[in-house]
Structure formats: structure tokens, C-alpha cells
Design a protein around this ligand. Sequence first.
Ligand code: SF4
Length: 488
Amino acid sequence: MASPAFPSLRITADALIPQGSFAEAQAAFLRPHPELVADLTRLLREKNTGVVAHFYMDPELQGVLSASDWPHVHVSDSLAMADRAIAMAEQGVRTIAVLGVDFMSENVRAMLDASGFRHIPVYRVASEPIGCSLAESAEAQAYGAYLMEASETPHSLHVVYINTSLITKAKAHALVPTITCTSSNVVQTVLQAATQVPDGHVWFGPDTYMGQNLAEIFRTMSEMTDRQIRAVHRQHDQASIRALLSRFHYFEQGTCIVHHMFGREVVDKVREHYPDAFVTAHLEVPGEMFALGLEAQRRGEGVVGSTSNILSFVLGKADEAIARGESSELRFVLGTEAGMITPIVRQVQDKLRDYASEGGPEISAEVIFPVASEAIAQAPESGLGIVPGVAAGEGCSTAGGCATCPYMKMNSLRALIDLLERIDNEPDSNLVPFEPRKYVQEISGRTAADLGGEPILHMRAFQREGRLPDALVDDVLTRGQTPAETGP
Ligand code: SF4
């Protein structure tokens, strides 16, 4: 039999069956050594440290953490990380370790400060910066020029992706009224903005693929019936969506190096070799993969959205298969970072186990990693034979998709253990390099941390109330007014 185009991991009620060396490495990490789990759990308990981690984190570390019974461990998308850190502080943890990239730890720090937990130390697991290609593209001069154009356009709102630093958010907000968004709420944020400021301009950034994909979503919506459009946002119709099209702008030079890998070559292979598989695609992926995911979504056989949307879709399909009560083999193409496999395996396997214990017929879920063979490094000394990521460079290959984030992988198990061993209950100047940047400089008379936190608070208000806060809308309507509008 010909070997499959991509590695995969088949999940059954009681087994993980890897296909290909990349998947073998992922599966090995999902069965962590009990001694490692016990050591890490003891340290977390001793230091009373809560851990908030991103889905894309190193799979070895995710495997160990998810096997630990320490209650203050949470793995999620970036937005929920700050919420859970606040909940952990309320429950009495002494310190928080953030496993992610630097804008995530900065966000956790800012949200803890805003919630009255300035006294809780927050640590990253590296003393050097943990960057992010996407966040850095919003710190480039080109982004400043993009915002300048927005600031000169009346009634402009800047919708900035949460995956950016606090300083980016602060500087942007000083120039153009700004609200943050995630891949889960960005569509609704733009649509809502267009209802509250009907003649307004929306400037999205920095992710170019996401911007292109959003433009495509709105273009597709502009051809839908009013009834179909109202199902997406009840205050919109075809005329209002068409009016939005020319006033929706996106930055054209911002890329996540991981999602960039899901290009034409990967998509062609998916179409050829996996025509019957469900397709999941993150909103940050390039247009070809996005189109494939959207096509599948229209048929009810795929999803385009955030990491949480992808997880919900996979779990929903497992629920449907269980409800049918027939033996079945589900297949999913994972159109996002490979670290997502850990929560998928844990949660799908829990469902399959419960079902099997009731005597149901066998159901399995195979997760396919669209990973090029060039993106696998040989590592005979590791005991695994291979590790995800290419052997040289930053860990990704333009040869066809490594699907693992080299920045996230700086959060290794060793690094977390080293940090925990150093944490004491007294302030320790040796740990200062592990703290998130604080941004004490002032912009427009406010600290950067305070000003940069405001777009996040606007987003939270939107999530709570279902409408953009009046203060933000007033800001949009009054800033950047033309002289004619401001009157004599
Ligand atoms: S996957 Fe890595 S490079 Fe891409 S947005 Fe996330 S942290 Fe940044």
C-alpha cells in the first residue's frame, strides 16, 4: 500500500496509533513518563504556582502538564489565559508561570494588574525574548504608516489582533481608536463596528492572511440573501455589507510563519489524498487553505475559525458519531499548529472511552498533520529518532509546512522546571529577566501598560454587552474628524 501523504494520529478509546515519524513523536509526548509528571506536580505544589499555557506550546510539556493532578494548570487560546490567571490568583496561587510568547505574558501581567493582583509575580520560562513573527510585524515602520493613514481617515476604528504586544496596542490606540480581537470574535467585531458607525472605516491588522480571509468572508456575505446575512449578524443586510466592503482595510505585510506554511502544495495534497476528511483551518492560514476550509464548512464538513472553534468542531463530530451509534472512522485535517493535538487527544479520547465503556461499537478519530517531510529533523540522540521542526533555521521550512511554532517551543519542560526551582517566596532579582516587560514609559500622558490594556478592555466589554462601548464609538466619531465636520 502506498504510504499516506501526511503523518497522522488515530485516536481510539484505548490507543493512539501514529502513522509516520512526526506523529510518533506527538504520540510519545502524549504518554509522559510518570516520574516526570510526579516531579513537576510536586514542584508546582511546593511553589504554589499556577500555569497558564497556550494550545501551541511544546507537546512534551503539554503532555506532562495535562497528566498532572495540580488543579492550577490551564491550556487554552491566548484570551482565556489571562482570565484563568485571574481566577488562579483569586484561588490563592502565589505566582503564575506563563507558557506562551511574550505578548501573552504581558497580557496576563496587565490583566492581573487591572484586577488588583499587582502583588502576584508573573514569570515567563526564558530569560531571553520569546518573540512572534506576527507581533513583530506590527512593530515595524510599515505598520506605523498604515496606522497613520487610518488616523487621517475620518471615523476610523483600528481592530488589532490580540497576538500583538502591549506597546503595539498602546501606540496604536494613541493614534487611532483601537479594539483588540481574537480569531473567534473578529468577524462579529467588524460587523458590529459597521452597525454602530455606519460610515466608519475598519482597519484590521497585522495578520495579512486573516485580513484577506475576512475580506473574502465579507465579499461572500455580500452575495448572500438578507435572511442569510441576518443569521450571521441580525443588524446587517446585503446593502450594509456591500457598504462595508470598500471601508474594510487590512495590513498587507504581517505573517505568522507557522500558518504561512499551509500553502498551495499542502492544499493540493489534502484535496488529492484526503477528499473524505473533515477540514479544519485557522483564520490565519493562507487563502488556499482558507478556501478549502470554507468550502468544507459550507457542506458542514469543516470549520474555519480559532483554535477553540477547531476543538469544538472536532468534539462535535465525535458527539455526532456517538449519537449515531454506528462504528465509524472520522478523519480531520488539522489546519493549525500541531500543539493542538494534545487537547484534541485528551478530550476526544475521554468521549470515546465513556462510549466504549457503555458497549458502543468502535469509533476512531484520525488527525492528519499537513506536514512536509522536509519539516522533520532527524534527532537519533533524542531517543525518539526525530523531532518536529527542521534541523536548521528557525524551525519552519518553506518546503511545505512544519506546523510547529519555534517561539512556542522555547517553552520546554526543562525550562519550566528550572524556573520553578528558582522561584522563592521572596522577591528575587535573578528572576527579573523572566518577568514580562512592564512598559512604564508614558504615551499621551498614560503608561503604555495602561493605554495598551484599554483596547483589551474594550473587547471584553463588547463580549459582555454585545456592542462596542460608547466611549470607544465616541472616540471614533470625534477623532480624525475633518475640519468641515468639526464646524467653524
Ligand atoms: S504560531 Fe508562533 S509565530 Fe504564529 S502567531 Fe502564534 S506565536 Fe506568533
